[in-house]
Design a protein around this ligand. Structure first.
Ligand code: ZN
Length: 107
């Protein structure tokens, strides 16, 4: 993790180089395989792999800023947020609990 000063707070972010372990080729392949008609608009935000309809309601979400860094849950920023995105089960295994959240109770 890397330390950033965000709105005067010291925040530990997961930098793109830390979460982005899937090759561009693999990501493109995942993207092509993802069928929006049958699996909605949200593949895994980190690797583009399809999240099944069954798993989506219980999927983990990450909060990404415009530098493609993952912010710790509980830190809300007024500028530079891209919002929350679902991630698949295999990516979720690599993201510590401090940086992922379930949908329940978030909105
Ligand atoms: Zn993924």
């Amino acid at each position: 993790m890397e330390t950033r000063i965000i709105q005067g707070m010291e925040v530990q972010v997961i930098a793109r180089g830390e979460w982005d372990i899937v090759t561009q080729e693999q990501r493109e392949m995942n993207k092509r395989k993802h069928n929006r008609a049958t699996h909605g608009i949200n593949p895994c935000h980190l690797c583009e792999q399809t999240i099944s309809d069954k798993s989506l309601p219980t999927a983990w979400y990450v909060h990404m800023n415009t530098d493609a860094e993952l912010l710790p849950i509980g830190v809300s920023i007024t500028e530079g947020s891209q919002g929350y995105f679902p991630i698949g089960a295999s990516c979720a295994k690599r993201i510590p609990k401090s940086h992922k959240t379930k949908l329940e109770g978030m909105f």
